[in-house]
Design a protein around this ligand. Structure first.
Ligand SMILES: Cc1cc2nc3c(=O)[nH]c(=O)nc-3n(C[C@H](O)[C@H](O)[C@H](O)COP(=O)(O)OP(=O)(O)OC[C@H]3O[C@@H](n4cnc5c(N)ncnc54)[C@H](O)[C@@H]3O)c2cc1C
Length: 473
């Protein structure tokens, strides 16, 4: 099908006759043999059909459900009409990293959860149309390096995660010179050093980084912000600074046995099973793995253990299946790949043999209470109702807390919240004029999309701020 208008699709009523169809997945048997992404892409006919399921409601609820407020109905309508280039341009104008967000964004909890037809039919497959448009845009040369005439201002960004990359893209498009510092050798932050490749292939992040380089963004990698590029020094050299170094610490478990050999945090395992492999030290092959938690990290960890040859992989989650915070499609993929789920159970002790290795967990059953005003259902441990689950390796995926900056850190120059998070105003400016911050660093654990949202606000803030200042001599 060509990129031309036809009237074959009625964009308002198609959902009554057309069912939702997600893109084809590779078979579970094939995909657990590698770390590649599991979904294919719509072809042009499928993309048009699925986009035509959007009812184009006058007050689009999906837009309200998107942290970026992306004009989703606009690019769905353009897709339904076959105007793929225009649709891709509309999508890319509202999001600096759409090809990344489409892969990792929890659409079923955000835009798709708000889709007007939900309840009467399956919501429009917004994430998959977005995936199609991104692929179309890159393969048809619609995404090009784009720069504005230089404005003579230079901004330093600390942290090359999604927040830092999105901020760099926004600034360079407005004529700023941009230098990003990151302590790691690869840009991408948790997108590269946390998210497994079956979720987001590293080449997708590299493609975006390459585009930013072509636009003139300078990457200074292997350079910790806290040392060579400390805040006061940055303020001498740059017109403004954006802090996006996402500091956070994984939560631990206060239980008997939590410090046993064989109990590990999930993220270091993901890191070494992904980027650092094959130098991996934490081996799970042939072992019984139990993952505690129910968020993205827990599911990613379980699916990684399966790919690394675990004999059995079980996720233990304290609430019911309907309360799982991870994406629904990831849960379904995990089940297909052989991950077992135990719901409404929580560990009360981790058990060991005399030599010290883990042998299992004592799990207490829980009961679910009525939803609170935010719809979250609390759980309670059922007294005296527990059992043993055998395990050789236990991974903790219990969420994160913001990491308060160390006493010597230049971040101490800034006003901090009670958990050590950096305080910002509506345009992401900290208490120190010219220093902006966003993403996990400010919010605690959040999402890539929220980091992009903060970066877009910061670009507005930085532009307004430097407009009031003389350029550095
Ligand atoms: C396992 C896992 C799975 C996830 N899955 C999803 C998902 O499916 N969908 C989703 O939306 N979100 C997911 N998230 C969360 C998401 O990855 C983060 O919310 C997002 O990456 C935050 O972006 P950021 O730019 O604020 O920080 P980060 O991505 O953490 O990037 C911070 C960068 O700063 C660098 N840095 C740190 N300290 C310094 C320093 N002193 N000097 C210089 N550089 C420094 C780091 O090396 C890093 O590159 C997941 C997280 C994890 C751990």
């Amino acid at each position: 099908m060509s990129d031309q208008t036809t009237s074959a699709f009625d964009a308002r009523h198609a959902w009554t006759t057309l069912s939702r169809k997600d893109p084809a997945k590779r078979s579970a048997h094939d995909r657990i043999a590698d770390f590649l992404e599991i979904y294919g892409f719509y072809d042009e006919v499928e993309a048009r059909e699925q986009a035509s399921r959007c009812v184009q409601c006058p007050e689009p609820t999906c837009v309200a459900g998107c942290p970026l407020g992306t004009n989703i109905p606009e690019w769905l309508a353009l897709t339904a009409e076959g105007h793929f280039a225009e649709a891709a341009a509309a999508l890319h104008s509202g999001n600096n990293l759409p090809e990344i967000c489409a892969r990792v964004c929890p659409a079923d909890h955000l835009c798709e959860a708000q889709c007007l037809i939900s309840g009467q039919a399956q919501p429009v497959s917004i994430w998959a149309v977005e995936q199609f448009l991104n692929e179309y845009a890159f393969t048809h040369g619609i995404v090009k390096p784009s720069v504005a005439p230089p404005n003579g201002r230079h901004v330093a960004i600390a942290g090359a995660g999604p927040g830092g990359l999105a901020c760099a893209d926004g600034l360079i498009r407005r004529g700023f010179a941009v230098t990003i510092f990151d302590r790691r050798e690869l840009p991408g932050g948790l997108l590269v050093y946390g998210t497994p490749e079956f979720h987001l292939e590293r080449s997708i992040v590299q493609r975006r980084v390459e585009l930013l380089r072509q636009q003139g963004v300078v990457f200074e990698l292997g350079t910790p912000y806290a040392e060579e590029t400390a805040l006061p020094a940055l303020l001498q050299r740059f017109d403004a600074v954006y802090l996006a170094f996402g500091a956070k610490v994984p939560r631990s478990l206060a239980l008997p046995g939590a410090d046993l050999n064989g109990v590990h945090q999930a993220v270091p395992f993901l890191l070494q099973a992904g980027v650092d492999h094959p130098g991996s030290k934490l081996l799970v092959g042939g072992r019984r793995v139990v993952v505690i938690g129910g968020g993205d990290t827990a599911i990613d960890c379980a699916r990684t253990a399966i790919r690394r040859g675990a004999a059995e992989t079980t996720v233990v989650y304290r609430r019911d299946a309907g309360s799982l915070p991870c994406m629904r499609r990831d849960y379904e993929a995990a089940v297909e790949e052989g991950v077992r789920f135990i719901f409404q159970a929580t560990p009360v002790a981790i058990l060991a043999q005399a030599a010290g290795g883990v042998t299992g967990l004592q799990l207490a059953r829980t009961s679910m209470g009525a939803p609170d005003p935010e719809g979250r259902r609390p759980f309670e441990i059922k007294a005296g109702d527990s059992y043993i689950l055998s395990a050789d390796v236990v991974f903790l995926a219990l969420g994160f807390d913001p990491a308060p900056p160390p006493p010597t850190s230049p971040s101490r120059l800034l006003d901090l919240g009670e958990h050590g998070e950096i305080k910002v105003n509506a345009r992401q400016m900290t208490s120190l004029p010219g220093v902006f911050a966003g993403g996990d660093l400010v919010r605690g654990p959040c999402t890539a999309l929220a980091a992009v949202r903060d970066a877009r606000m910061a670009v507005e803030g930085i532009e307004a701020y430097v407009g009031t200042r003389k350029p550095l001599g």
